[in-house]
Ligand binder design. Structure first.
Ligand code: ZN
Length: 182
């Protein structure tokens, strides 16, 4: 298996807290199911979420959110990481920027990243950019990513497809492919 599932910023502050996004609730059950199937099929699950320090550039722009060590920076209870999952912290939009993600993916022989979480046009997009620059293929289950507005979400998907060659799919299709591969 050369895939891994990335879970980006499914944190208390992004779903319920200071950067609350009600649309995120739509994707929680879809991500939950995708992660359960990934674990069953030996596909690595890697959480990468904000853990900000006060001087990080984003704090000026967005205000305090997901500050390191706070409840707000913890993964939402519905998607709590399991024992064999990997959990990394980030301080910028990209899950690759100084997080050790690239090294981890190489150690796991991953060639394709399945990006889930928030937001389609911000952190998912910057993560996709860095994945693309490093030669990873990208899959986006559209029912497992979202943004503050429908417009942001749809434009985000279109950008990922057009600029990084991301395959836009859904969680059902991904799970089906895992099941037929066994
Ligand atoms: Zn942030």
């Amino acid at each position: 298996m050369d895939e891994a599932v990335l879970v980006i910023d499914m944190l208390n502050d992004f779903v319920y807290g200071s950067l609350r996004c009600d649309r995120a609730k739509r994707i929680i059950p879809n991500i939950k199911r995708l992660l359960e199937e990934a674990r069953k099929h030996g596909v690595p699950v890697i959480y990468v979420g904000d853990a900000h320090l006060p001087k990080d550039p984003e704090i000026e722009l967005w205000g305090q959110h997901a500050m390191k060590g706070t409840e707000g920076s913890k993964t939402i209870a519905e998607l709590e990481p399991q024992a064999k999952d990997f959990v990394l912290e980030k301080r910028t939009y990209s899950a690759f920027h100084e997080t050790g993600l690239d090294l981890l993916l190489r150690q796991l022989n991953v060639k394709k990243v399945i990006i889930t979480g928030l937001h389609t046009n911000i952190c998912d997009r910057h993560t996709a950019a860095d994945a693309y620059f490093r030669g990873y293929k990208i899959k986006i289950p559209e029912d497992c990513v979202d943004s503050f507005t429908e417009k942001d979400h749809l434009e985000g998907l279109e950008y990922l497809k057009r600029i990084y060659g991301a395959e836009i799919t859904n969680s059902e299709e991904i799970i089906k492919a895992w099941k037929t591969r066994i």
